[in-house]
Design a protein around this ligand. Structure first.
Ligand code: ME8
Length: 508
């Protein structure tokens, strides 16, 4: 199976923030999961560098757009690395190969007879890089996404005849009821299509920071067309000498702010240019801080670099997907983060590993016991562990990241109960119970190994560390899900080491 997965390409008008980190980690979780299944995965992320919004940001900083994007793009690349995202390529829309591809793409729209020159005037929000109808604005006339007033803009531009695609889009939606998820977003996009589509301007004459329209270099291509096309262009030059076009169609992740572009305009552009529509799209909700969407324009952003520097990467990756049901909006806070860090990561998972490893060290000289006849008493724990692996997988197949984590966590708690119920420290005092103690210690190691393999997509560093401390192989092939069987536990020597999640030092 092929799995081509993308994030939005982020605007480089300001610093990267936690909202960007969120989508990148979501796509990374799915990319890692599909690699564990043995799929051929290609994971793309990148930056959106043209358009008015970027040109204005550059002007405000007193530099040229080129200087601006060359300073900002590396910060987004650094975020990708800091998040340990396993992306196969990072695209910048100022890459010359991308620009050439965009020009060829709009030529295809023109060859299909879908481009016309017209004059249009309307209210334009630079932050959205989109026109708004007055009826869709907030009562005070501001853009509902950014809280600022759009400005009137009138230009003679090239139009893409989106209205022509209404029937084909409706038919595509009806034939593929799951192509946009969750369902509420599918319904929203479909109703947008069925309300009647208007043609859209796909060029700008008032700005110069963009890809020139090939047949009229006085105009530049509308930044959204330029941006969407990245999902195709990247495949032509991500691996020099290799054409990856066969990976299309891809699966897109994004938040609901850019649903219409991806679920309505993008498939129509693809149809016009002769490509298949996307394989699917998952539209997640907003991370909210104190009840408001976290956004650069509103200035209420959390700096992912700072959180990671203080607490480490995996606690952040875990918290975002544990706390906020993936697909819904959710409030995040530092207090909530610290609570989950302490209660779940440090106490439930971290302690389970420390206890298990130190009991194996203390009672069995650090060697995981062989499977013996008393192993029978652990059949329930074994069956539940393998069922947990399947349940988490089914959730990830359905892009239910939060539910997948919940399946694993119920099992982490199950293993903690096992320790309490069996009280290995008591078994250790009775020579007659030696077989049972072997079985319990072995079960803890086997269970933790399954936990590590299933949590790997979400907290890869921690998962590999758990396997390492249990003396288990942890190379790419060892992480494959077909290895996630109870009996694959190797008899190995464990390593006693400091807590996985150290206590948070206040005021440090
Ligand atoms: O829209 N909660 O770029 P952008 C959750 N360049 N996700 C959030 C978020 C929040 N508070 N804030 C941002 C653009 N995001 C275009 C995309 S794609 C061809 C072009 C994430 O920098 C989320 O994925 O404004 C959202 O869709 C994206 O960042 C918007 O990033």
């Amino acid at each position: 199976m092929r799995y081509y997965v993308t994030t939005p390409i982020y605007y480089v008008n300001a610093e990267p923030h936690l909202g960007h980190a969120y989508t990148t980690v979501a796509a990374d979780i799915l990319a890692r999961y599909h690699r564990q299944k043995g799929d051929e995965v290609f994971f793309l992320t990148g930056t959106d560098e043209h358009g008015t919004k970027i040109a204005q940001a550059a002007e405000a900083r007193g530099c040229t757009p080129r200087e601006h994007v060359d300073q900002m793009a590396p910060k987004f690349q650094e975020l990708t690395r800091t998040l340990d995202a396993s992306n196969d390529f990072f695209i910048r829309t100022t890459d010359p190969q991308h620009e050439a591809f965009v020009q060829a793409f709009v030529e295809k729209l023109r060859a299909a007879g879908d481009i016309e020159k017209r004059t249009y005037g309307g209210l334009y929000c630079t932050q959205c890089e989109a026109f708004w109808y007055e009826r869709d604005l907030a009562p005070d006339g501001t853009c509902p996404d950014h809280g600022i007033k759009p400005v009137y803009l009138e230009e003679e531009n090239y139009y893409f005849l989106l209205s022509r695609y209404q029937d084909r889009l409706s038919a595509f939606f009806r034939a593929n009821p799951e192509w946009v998820r969750p369902k509420s977003r599918y319904n929203e996009a479909l109703s947008f299509v069925e309300q009647g589509l208007e043609d859209i301007s796909i060029s700008r004459s008032s700005i110069t920071w963009g890809v020139p329209v090939p047949w009229d270099p006085e105009q530049v291509i509308y930044v959204w067309v330029d941006a969407l096309v990245n999902y195709l262009s990247a495949l032509t030059y991500a691996r020099p000498g290799e054409d990856l076009s066969g990976l299309w169609p891809g699966f897109h992740f994004m938040a609901k702010d850019i649903l219409k572009f991806h679920a309505v305009i993008w498939p129509a552009l693809l149809m016009s240019a002769g490509y298949a529509p996307p394989a699917g799209e998952f539209i997640h909700g907003y991370l909210l801080m104190s009840g408001e969407k976290m956004s650069k324009t509103r200035g209420n952003v959390l700096d992912p670099f700072a959180v990671i520097a203080t607490y480490g990467l995996d606690p952040l990756r875990f918290y975002l997907f544990r706390e906020v049901t993936f697909g819904q909006d959710g409030v995040i806070s530092m207090e909530g983060f610290e609570q989950r860090y302490t209660n779940e990561l440090a106490n439930e998972l971290g302690n389970l590993l420390s206890r298990s490893v130190s009991m194996i060290a203390k009672y069995r000289g650090g060697r995981i016991p062989q499977a013996g006849p008393e192993g029978e008493v652990m059949t329930d724990v074994a069956a539940e562990g393998e069922a947990m692996v399947r349940a988490a997988g089914a959730h990830l197949d359905a892009v239910e990241i939060t539910a997948a984590i919940e399946s694993v966590w119920a099992y982490v708690r199950r293993l903690n109960r096992l320790v309490e119920e069996e009280a290995p420290w008591k078994l250790a005092k009775d020579e007659a119970q030696a077989g049972r103690l072997d079985a319990v210690l072995r079960a803890l190691a086997a269970g933790l190994r399954l936990v590590a393999l299933t949590l790997y997509p979400v907290i890869p560093g921690t998962a590999v560390e758990i396997l390492r401390r249990l003396g288990q192989p942890h190379g790419d092939v060892d992480l494959r899900l077909d290895e996630a069987l109870w009996d694959r536990l190797e008899v190995a020597t464990v390593e006693v080491a400091p807590p996985l999640f150290p206590r948070i030092e206040r005021g440090a």
